[in-house]
Write a protein that binds this ligand. Sequence first.
Ligand code: DQA
Length: 146
Amino acid sequence: MGARILVLNGPNLNMLGVRQPQVYGDNSYADVVDVCRRAAAARNAEVEVRQTNDEAELLGWIHDVAREREFSAIVINPAAWTHTSVALADALVIPDVPVIEVHISNVHAREAFRHHSYVSPVAAGVIAGFGIAGYGYAVDRAVDLS
Ligand code: DQA
């Protein structure tokens, strides 16, 4: 199979552009989708971009990757679940595909509770602080790892 990248976004990322623009910038969620599609197209790869505010739905999507084997890598911005969810970290190792963690903001320059990630130990790499451009870097690298 050619590279097929699944980009997953956690809670509140549908509110980009409205939500704390001083932290997350003026770009919308649609712009995130666009960045991912352009990065994939540049590598002749396929990409699917999803967002949910429901942790159970996110876990289900990850389980589907393991069952259906339609994706070669996962790029994920887990948003607040980064810092809270053992269940998410447990799920991400099930499909046995590379995982790249993305954050729009530099979480390490923010509140202490954002410095710890349950996802980073199961990720091939972490991109943080480059705005929505980080999604493009992550998709590009996900293609390399596919
Ligand atoms: C975020 C950083 C998280 O700490 C926060 O909870 C988010 C977005 C980012 O992209 O910078 O919702 O993942």
